[in-house]
Design a protein around this ligand. Structure first.
Ligand code: ADP
Length: 242
């Protein structure tokens, strides 16, 4: 679904060069739920922006759902982004003057769907996040967790192949964060691949796979399946004895 090979990103400002990503390698398979963690400044946002075709990269190659994105022009990238990707952000990014129905409608209008199809998509997406009965409500009438559900519905309405989430639970209390995570897990179980940046160790731990970024590189890949965790501990114990 997502494959980056020896990717690099250099920011050049005046005399300063910042290597935000270097030798960056990641392969996310169709249907995976991957969390991305790492200290501030390690390159998480840069990675997510490049993955989301919002930002170009300096070197290496990037394949999205089998399409080589390397060197693609802006128009083609925008088309691919609209067709394949959905985004969720920490701050929900809902439009306060629009009700839930119209908020979910915004990206669908951009894509030029007919009114009837838009209506079906919006109703289906809001039903998937448990807000079918609130379509005429405005964002300010909802809790933070519900607002994030609307943002998830907005992303789902476009039927994305890959959902990119940047700290989607960062503004929520623990209970709401868990409930949003459960919703994302349900969406993933129905087939959407998810890539989520988080600072929350609990959420990183419960995801299928956690990718840790340090200094612009993937530092470790730990599969959180129980057998492998036990195996990992076993190896560590042996090393300790040795
Ligand atoms: P994170 O999301 O993990 O906090 P970022 O991807 O935002 O990390 O940043 C990685 C590095 O790239 C940091 O050193 C940051 O200062 C630098 N950086 C990010 N964006 C820019 C930019 N637009 N111009 C210059 N440097 C940037």
């Amino acid at each position: 679904m997502l494959h980056m090979k020896n990717l690099s990103k250099v920011y050049r400002t005046h005399m300063i060069e910042t290597h935000a990503l270097r030798g960056f390698e990641i392969h996310v398979k169709q249907g995976e739920f991957v969390t991305v963690t790492g200290p501030s400044g390690s390159g998480k946002t840069t990675f997510l922006n490049i993955a989301g075709l919002l930002e170009d990269f300096t070197g290496g190659e990037y394949f999205l759902d089998g399409v080589n994105v390397t060197g693609m022009n802006d128009n083609a990238r925008t088309r691919l982004r609209n067709e394949k990707l959905g985004f969720i952000f920490q701050g929900f990014n809902l439009i306060p003057d629009l009700n839930l129905f119209d908020n979910v409608d915004v990206p669908l209008r951009y894509r030029g769907f007919a009114a009837k199809e838009r209506k079906e998509r919006i109703e289906d997406a809001l039903a998937q996040v448990g807000l079918a009965s609130r379509m005429k409500h405005y964002p300010a009438e909802l809790s933070g967790g519900q607002q994030q559900r609307v943002a998830i519905a907005r992303a789902l309405a476009g039927s994305p192949r890959l959902l990119l989430a940047d700290e989607p639970t960062g503004n929520l209390d623990t209970q709401m964060a868990r409930s949003v995570m459960e919703l994302l897990e349900e969406i993933n179980a129905r087939g959407t691949t998810i890539l989520m940046v988080t600072h929350d160790p609990e959420l990183a731990l419960r995801s299928q796979r956690n990718v840790h970024i340090m200094d612009g590189q993937v530092s470790d890949l730990v599969r959180k399946t129980p057998s492998l965790v036990v195996e990992h501990q076993h190896v560590e114990t042996n090393l300790h004895i040795a």
